[in-house]
Design a protein around this ligand. Structure first.
Ligand code: PEP
Length: 251
């Protein structure tokens, strides 16, 4: 199978009011033409629609940062998958470590959210990754297997509705990254594990690396086997650095 087109996704987290978010989206889309990668920005839910409207008819897609697994109901403060889609998103990040570890989200919950996202036609970006203690204990690959097995639905997972993001928890927002060999080992393991569950379809699922990816280290990280793009936090809040990461893709 030919190499997958890379996806560079920005996770804006809890940053940006409408004016700044729309300006950032416009600054990215103004220079997105000719990028060799697909580009995606994931603003906070409050400005999803404004950013989606600003990016309509551009090459930059929009995603949510989370959704609830229920269709509707008494879940104060939450948004459903349909609401995320209704606001203009095509993608949704699920199981980010800041939710798994900060808000105790389990694999089962991430799986239920993934089912909900697929149910309304959203592409789920399912995040997995080991803590530093798990890496130090030599458990990285086991943790990734368990999170994949627990977080992905039993059926219907394909390259058109699912992206997997490998994000070592200890690398997020810290300026630290695994070695290229460690990234390759993790991504190869994820591809193999997906293959055991999904057969040939595993080759069509994009695997993103996330964790302190910056313009300075993006080239080598994006060149690692089985790395099909990046999920970018801090460096996605500036149009120039986000686009420089995309430009570092040599494929
Ligand atoms: C993230 O939050 O998904 C992330 C990778 O953050 P950062 O790039 O800031 O490490």
């Amino acid at each position: 199978m030919a190499a997958l087109k890379k996806l560079i996704a920005g996770n804006w987290k809890m940053n940006m009011l409408a004016t700044d978010g729309v300006a950032l989206a416009r600054a990215i889309s103004a220079k997105a033409n000719g990028a060799s990668c697909d580009l995606l920005v994931c603003p906070p839910a409050t400005i999803l629609r404004s950013v989606a409207e600003a990016l309509a008819d551009t090459d930059v897609a929009v995603g949510g940062q989370d959704c609830h697994e229920a269709e509707s109901g008494a879940f104060t403060g939450d948004v459903s998958a349909a609401m995320v889609g209704d606001a203009g998103a095509s993608h949704v990040i699920l199981g980010h470590s800041e939710r798994r570890h900060g808000l105790d989200e389990s694999d089962a919950r991430v799986r239920a959210k993934t089912v909900a996202a697929h149910g309304v036609g959203l592409i789920a970006i399912v995040c997995i990754g080991e803590t530093e203690a798990e890496r130090d204990a030599g458990r990285t690959l086991d943790v990734l297997s368990a999170q994949l097995g627990g977080s992905l639905p039993d059926s219907g997972v394909s390259g058109t509705n699912t992206v997997v993001a490998y994000e070592p928890v200890w690398a997020i927002g810290t300026g630290r990254t695994p070695t290229l060999e460690e990234v390759e080992a993790a991504h190869t393991h994820i591809r193999t594990t997906l293959g055991a569950a999904l057969g040939g379809e595993a080759a069509a699922i994009r695997l993103l690396y996330g964790g302190s990816m910056k313009p300075e280290n993006a080239g080598p990280l994006l060149a690692v086997a089985n790395v099909d793009g990046g999920l970018i936090g801090g460096a996605s809040l500036d149009a120039e650095s986000f686009l420089a990461i995309a430009a570092a893709d040599a494929s």
